[in-house]
Design a protein around this ligand. Structure first.
Ligand SMILES: *[C@@H]1O[C@H](CO)[C@@H](O)[C@H](O)[C@H]1NC(C)=O
Ligand SMILES: *[C@@H]1O[C@H](CO)[C@@H](O)[C@H](O)[C@H]1NC(C)=O
Ligand SMILES: *[C@@H]1O[C@H](CO)[C@@H](O)[C@H](O)[C@H]1NC(C)=O
Ligand SMILES: *[C@@H]1O[C@H](CO)[C@@H](O)[C@H](O)[C@H]1NC(C)=O
Length: 445
């Protein structure tokens, strides 16, 4: 299909901005406020102002793509297991190829080079394509980091502590820097461990440790980097503990507004004072993830009947519910989703039988009077506005419940509260006091 499909525009209209002075011009209407203090603008990676925006896919294709990216992400989240005591600053290859949903602007090196990094609350790793990388996708909007132009760039020596913590490190004869291979399905990456000054908003993190991708082979290596906001001991949060006290929050922009961008706020300063919170839980099985206690789901006034085992947190097995920025649509384990969906269908009266669209199994012609959906966490109820759980097409005038069961091929024990359900909320991750907060916030510019 040629040209932007109107449905695509409807679904994916999100404000985004490309840093002025970048190689590419900012698309018309895409100006956005600059980052300031410790607050960064959050951009939707597929929004029309994003350099990664595609105008060649139909709305349906895009949704299906995003759902199938979610499938592989679920597989990844399910596979996250810490098998050894030491925690790794660099991810297994599986972590590298997830489709990012939101990106922030960062600068690396001296003088600073602009970068786009995808937000990922379920990963501890930071990595990015570096100059001279063979097989990395080239994008003028997101050029690789040019190590030779930075006076503060330092490869991590063989034998230095971080080097021993990456998976399969290697120091071939004559090499001074440690490298490691990452694989994912048929894709593989070779990265070197390095350190340089990372600037986010107006803060600088000197000597930040990251993976510098030097070689890539495979179908889906993204052109931008990754900012892992997970909570493992050597993650971004750990590396910046003195600066940000293991605290950040974000407001993810809606898919529907053009001039609209959210924010990532790092550190305790400027966080909401009054916000409903629930206790964060952690599992040694999946140490990066932000677990919360989901105790029930309400549809309209009715608390649906979910088998307790489907939502129970279990530190030992890594089962439970997480908040994740990298999955687009909430996925529930099958019995929990079935209970929610059946009650939802019961309450959507007079709209005929539900049909399906791609991975969504509860779609209706025309607009519907939908019941509210509330996630009940220990000590905090999160009632979703309709925009957070209904997705509309225009031409087909279909309205779908924008959640799904975990895919069949994923034996998932994880319920994932995904980005669509978090949009237009301030979500506070306070790992220092072990709580996660949610407050409604229209992050409209
Ligand atoms: C977006 O915001 C910029 C700056 O505020 C403005 O110039 C532009 O016209 C806006 N675009 C749209 C489509 O509203
Ligand atoms: C990575 O894998 C390639 C191909 O299997 C191999 O030749 C190379 O030595 C490996 N490099 C490292 C750093 O492990
Ligand atoms: C709706 O579904 C019910 C139960 O499967 C079926 O009996 C009925 O014929 C369907 N109605 C329409 C209009 O398709
Ligand atoms: C959440 O909603 C349930 C059911 O309506 C109610 O019983 C409970 O007290 C609420 N919890 C909080 C923390 O408001």
């Amino acid at each position: 299909m040629a040209g932007p499909h109107p449905l695509l525009v409807l679904l994916l209209i999100v404000a985004a901005a490309v840093e002025s002075g970048r190689a590419t011009a900012t698309p018309a209407g895409c100006a956005a406020p600059a980052d300031s203090s410790s607050t960064l603008r959050v951009l939707h990676a597929f929004g029309p102002c994003s350099p990664f925006h595609s105008t060649s896919a139909s709305w349906e294709d895009t949704v299906l793509d995003l759902l199938s990216s979610d499938d592989s992400r679920l597989l990844y989240l399910t596979s996250l297991k810490t098998a050894r005591r030491s925690f790794v600053p660099i991810a297994p290859g599986r972590q590298l190829l997830q489709t990012p949903t939101y990106v922030v602007r960062a600068r690396l090196g001296s003088p600073p080079q602009p970068l786009l990094l995808a937000l990922d609350t379920s990963s501890d790793v930071a990595w990015l394509p570096c100059s001279g990388c063979s097989g990395c996708p080239s994008s003028s909007a997101a050029p690789p980091f040019d190590t030779s132009r930075s006076t503060t760039y330092r490869p991590v020596r063989c034998g230095a502590p971080p080097c021993s913590q990456v998976p399969n490190p290697s120091c071939p004869a004559g090499a001074t820097a440690c490298g490691f291979n990452l694989t994912y399905g048929s894709s593989s990456l070779l990265a070197g461990l390095a350190q340089d000054s990372l600037s986010l908003a107006s803060d600088v993190v000197p000597g930040y440790t990251f993976g510098c991708i030097q070689k890539a082979a495979g179908p889906s290596v993204p052109p931008h980097g990754l900012l892992g906001l997970g909570r493992g001991p050597l993650s971004f949060l750990s590396q910046t503990k003195s600066l940000y006290a293991s605290t950040f929050s974000y407001c993810l922009p809606s898919f529907k507004s053009l001039n609209f961008s959210g924010t990532l706020r790092l550190g305790p300063a400027g966080q909401p004072k009054t916000i409903k919170t629930t206790q964060l839980r952690s599992s040694p099985r999946r140490s990066s993830l932000y677990f919360v206690d989901l105790v029930g789901i309400r549809v309209g006034r009715k608390v649906v009947d979910i088998p307790p085992a489907a939502i129970a947190f279990d530190a030992a097995t890594g089962a439970g519910t997480i908040f994740d920025s990298g999955t687009m649509f909430t996925r529930l384990v099958a019995p929990a989703y079935a209970a929610l969906r059946d009650e939802f269908r019961r309450q959507v009266r007079g709209a005929g039988n539900a049909t399906s669209l791609g991975g969504f199994d509860t779609c209706y012609q025309g607009s519907i009077a939908a019941p509210a959906i509330t996630f009940m966490f220990a000590g905090m109820n999160m009632t979703l506005p309709a925009d957070n759980y209904l997705i509309h097409s225009t031409a087909g005038s279909l309205t779908c419940l924008a959640m799904a069961a975990a895919p069949d091929n994923v034996n998932s024990v994880l319920n994932v509260i995904a980005s669509m359900q978090q949009m237009n909320h301030r979500v506070l991750f306070d790992a220092a006091s072990g709580r996660l907060g949610v407050a409604r916030e229209l992050c409209t510019v």
